[in-house]
Design a binder for this molecule. Structure first.
Ligand code: COA
Length: 391
């Protein structure tokens, strides 16, 4: 059987962020509620000339630069912040990256989960034609109502992953555990810009799905909790992953002490505390965080990942880290981007938040604000015009 998995991974987030201490001050809340209670410190916030297409192209560009584009059979873009009801966002990205017309492009949706459906579909495609690769991008902007419980759990980001045979970073097992069940914990009707969310209920739905999916993963793969060295979780906020990990550990009847379980999650939370929620991208930014920040060499170690999308679908799957993986990472660029972001004042945050593109198809030029390579430049005749900035 062909070994299939992650051959390259890179993330991108906006160069602007709001410090949650500032948000706490403005909302009259103790800042420890955000820092300790939900485990977040800052949240990336996109400028008006950034959207899921520009973030996706920025995340994928360094990967595409280093590979043979003609080998990429497919670009999949997973998002729940789509820019069009009909045209796939991946076609815009296809054009921005200069992909050949022989590469197919499609968009995927199931709340924060769909990127993982993409991973499984991409692995199946590569299994069928091992000489081909799939470029999978998860890109989202998590935006909640102002002054609502969800406001401190906003954020944005995109991750690009190259799935190929004989991968250089993470070899994925075909054995996975899945839990699908209809729930109304978080959803966004077409007429709304922000989701309807019952955060407390969503936590319960998430934990139930994680426990069920993990039990099925163990049953199908024979891999027990204690045989897994590292865990990555979808992180709408950091303490969500922590709560779920402790519950999964308990139901898997591990004897590991709580301190050890908590320590297992330290490296995956580092980027999330800075970026905030990024929906589909979140779990794969957690994976970058683990690979970039782990104090030990992860070669040969097992990494289990829990992907969750409200509504709901949860999937636990795992992979084994490949020798030499560090050489393929973009660790320095990831750290540099987070270090060099610009802090927004509360009024600048409100300006970004409240910005609306024209809804009537009229021509509109956007001010150049992002420092990313790709930006949304103009709206005309109801369509989006993107541009690549020379740097
Ligand atoms: N110091 C430390 N901790 C504090 C605190 C303080 N001063 N004040 C409150 N906390 C803790 C609370 O005890 C609580 O901890 P617990 O969850 O362990 O009980 C936590 O901070 C959150 O406080 P709470 O009052 O429950 O927050 P909230 O009602 O404002 O809602 C969320 C928090 C996370 C539910 C809300 O931000 C949300 O709904 N976010 C969106 C989540 C989402 O998108 N889910 C769907 C996708 S998975």
């Amino acid at each position: 059987m062909t070994k299939v998995g992650i051959d390259a991974i890179n993330f991108y987030t906006s160069d602007f962020y709001l410090n949650l201490e500032e948000l706490a001050k403005e909302r009259g809340v103790d800042s420890d509620k955000f820092k300790i209670g939900i485990g977040q410190e800052r949240m990336s916030f996109p400028s008006p000339d950034e959207d899921i297409v520009t973030m996706a192209a920025n995340a994928a560009y360094p990967i595409v630069q280093n590979c043979d584009k003609s080998k990429i059979s497919t670009i999949m873009l997973a998002t729940e912040t789509g820019v069009d009801q009909s045209k796939a966002a991946s076609i815009f990205v296809h054009e921005l990256l200069g992909m050949p017309s022989t590469t197919r492009a499609v968009e995927l949706k199931q709340a924060c989960y769909s990127g993982t459906a993409g991973v499984q579909m991409a692995c199946a495609l590569v299994e069928r034609n091992p000489e081909e690769q799939v470029l999978l991008i998860m890109s989202d902007i998590a935006k909640y109502d102002l002054d609502s419980p969800g406001e401190p759990t906003q954020g944005c980001g995109a991750v690009a992953i190259l799935i190929s045979a004989n991968p250089s970073i993470l070899e994925l097992s075909p054995k996975t555990g899945i839990h699908t069940e209809s729930s109304h914990d978080f959803w966004r009707p077409n007429y709304r810009q922000t989701p309807v969310v019952d955060g407390k209920y969503s936590t319960l739905v998430y934990i139930k799905a994680a426990k069920k999916a993990f039990a099925q993963l163990t049953e199908k793969s024979g891999v027990a909790f204690d045989e897994i060295d590292n865990f990555c979780y979808h992180l709408p906020f950091s303490t969500m992953g922590v709560k779920a990990h402790l519950k999964v550990a308990k139901s898997a009847k591990t004897e590991k002490p709580k301190e050890e379980l908590l320590k297992q999650l330290d490296p995956i939370l580092i980027y999330n505390k800075e970026i905030g929620n990024s929906y589909t991208a979140s779990i794969y930014i957690a994976l970058c965080s683990l690979l970039d920040n782990s104090e030990t060499d992860l070669t040969g170690q097992k990494v289990a990942l829990f992907s969750f999308g409200s509504g709901c679908v949860g999937e636990f799957f795992y992979g084994t880290v490949v020798e030499g993986y560090k050489e393929k990472l973009h660790t320095e660029a990831h750290k540099a981007q987070l270090l060099n972001r610009t802090e927004l004042s509360f009024s600048e945050y409100l300006r970004f938040y409240q910005f609306k593109l024209p809804q009537d198809g009229s021509t509109f030029q956007l001010e150049h604000e992002t420092r990313g390579m790709f930006r949304l430049a103009e709206i005309k005749d109801h369509y989006r015009v993107y541009s690549k900035c020379e740097r």
